[in-house]
Design a protein around this ligand. Structure first.
Ligand SMILES: [Zn+2]
Length: 213
């Protein structure tokens, strides 16, 4: 093999390796969100007589955790008896449902970002110490990707950008409109609800590939 052929081959291999590396680094772990509630301190007090949620198990994002506290949620059509609270407490309580859950409950829950509750649907939450009715708490959380500033910079993304993600596998596909959500201590994680995950055959711990343009 001549010198120029060798150089061309090296270039070809280098480019393939770089391409592979770039692809690998665009892989982001998936977290599937089952229905859950976030509670304000006042509502936690009413439902459980507690000032703080207590740790059941940590989740991937450093400040967040699955709490030991479990509530029932009631809609006009049905109820779910065991819905876990996620900590820490939030300024306002909210119930995150899949579309299937909302239909089963008989609640008109809008697709919206976590914490955007102006148009959220009405729902009742029952704890061991009491029940509350919230006029604006039930939502279907918009699919999103958590990340910190370093990854956002590397990917050329900003908070609230919308991106597409490819999921491989037997039922794989590309989903649009993942909202980029940025916070200093967050690590990259794709959040989907159970409807989306089931449609694409995904489980927590699987990976999606960020589609970069
Ligand atoms: Zn999330």
């Amino acid at each position: 093999m001549g010198e120029s052929e060798t150089a061309a081959l090296v270039d070809q291999i280098t480019s393939a390796v770089l391409h592979r590396l770039a692809e690998a680094s665009d892989r982001i772990v998936v977290g599937v969100s089952n229905r859950h509630v976030h509670l304000s301190r006042a509502d936690l007090q009413t439902l459980f007589g507690l000032d703080e949620l207590t740790l059941y198990r940590p989740v991937r994002q450093p400040q967040d955790f699955a709490a030991e506290q479990i509530v029932a949620v009631h809609g006009p059509r049905t109820s779910f008896a065991r819905v876990r609270a996620m900590g820490p407490c939030r300024p306002k309580s909210q119930v995150e449902l899949s579309r299937t859950d909302a239909i089963a409950l008989g609640i008109d829950a809008p697709l919206t970002q976590s914490g955007h509750l102006d148009a959220a649907g009405p729902i009742d939450i029952e704890g061991p110490r009491g029940t509350i009715h919230l006029d604006h708490a039930a939502i279907v959380a918009a699919r999103h990707i958590h990340m910190g500033p370093a990854h956002a910079k590397a990917w050329g993304l900003a908070d609230q950008d919308r991106v597409q993600v490819r999921f491989d596998g037997e039922r794989g596909g590309v989903l649009h409109n993942f909202i980029v959500r940025l916070k200093d201590d967050w690590i990259p994680e794709i959040h989907l609800d159970t409807d989306e995950a089931n449609a694409l055959g995904l489980h927590t711990g699987d990976y999606g590939t960020l589609i970069r343009r």
